[in-house]
Design a protein around this ligand. Sequence first.
Ligand SMILES: Cc1ncc(COP(=O)(O)O)c(C=O)c1O
Length: 419
Amino acid sequence: MTRLPKKLQDKLVQRDVQNTLRHLPEANNLVDFSSNDYLGLSRDAKLFQRASQLLAERGILQNGATGSRLLSGNHSLYSELEAKLSEFHQTESALVFNSGYDANIGFFGSVPQRGDVVFYDEFIHASIRDGIKMGNAKAYKFKHNDIGDLQRKYQIEFQRRGDDSIEIPKSSTGVVYVITESVFSMDGDSPELKAFVRFCQKNRCHLVVDEAHAVGVFGINGQGLVQTLELHDAVFARIITFGKAVGCHGAAILGSKNLKNYLVNFARSLIYTTAMPPHSLATVLASYENLTASRLTSDEQIAQNQIVNLSETIAYFNHKLKLLHLHLEDASKASSSDDGLDSYFIPSVSAIHCCVLPGNERVRAISEKIQKAGFDVKAILSPTVPKGKERLRICLHSFNTHEEIDNVLQTLSFCIQNP
Ligand SMILES: Cc1ncc(COP(=O)(O)O)c(C=O)c1O
């Protein structure tokens, strides 16, 4: 076999030396505090059966999609699903992509044009960054969730626009996009979406919100944070994904019919790839049927019940965090302090909770100890997060018990107190 070029091998060695080499983990039977399966729907037998039933009812016996959506792959279930998504998410149209990654590179690689400007949160997901890089618009990051910093960056840019020496065209047709997430994947926190909407309305910017970690978590039916705050008419586009709380795979971009038409024509990650197979579409449909739940008996309302369980679990977790206190000896000062465990966590009311423990080695060592105790808690290292902000990421699920939460937090407290 031809060898990996030396310069690539060197990059791997460098990662190894820096203790940042990534590995594909083995499957495990630990208590799940790491997956995005917030409602447990990925493993739900009734949903699995309902998806098969949906296919059988329509006489669909097909394994693969056979081609791109623009050629042979646009199965009839696509229009059914997109109609359901539009209704459920109160939008004019929905366009399904194979994944959130594809949706984001498709959108950000084709919508912002040369002469446009993109302002994005510094902690935005990698798929959005990659999409922005594929496009030709100027892009500037603003500090995480900091509307004041967005305002400053916008003003600097606005002043520059009047300056011929700067490359940015003054054209009045230049569009300004503001990009954020309703729940940040590595922090679990949320921006002041209402303030972002006000800013965008005042400055005629197009607001785009990635709702990957909010769908299924916020809203009585899991509609996401944008709809819960009744802001859906004020945003230009939303990205929703089906691989997290919806328990399946794929994603959709929600927006106007014209936006959908544009993406069908220009989003390369939609055009040049084989479509999702009918079985995946049927699973997403079954999951949304369940979120809607109007035609189901209370016993059948799996997702509905799980949404309630999840919000109760999140409240219990935050309550326990406040109760736990750490007694830390500071050898250098021969003193000790009594810290609340909550002071280590980024405040969050979502399913994602992060305990910041600076240093790759330290956070990795603690995660290994917690895993040995039976809990699947992942360390998030730099450079995935900024240096000094390395963290443990605890994802909560509707199926996590109070006992599991008590035990994982006790174990975490012990590990912090006994380095
Ligand atoms: C905020 C956000 N957007 C998009 C994605 C990509 O979604 P998918 O996993 O469906 O590709 C992720 C995945 O983790 C995410 O966290």
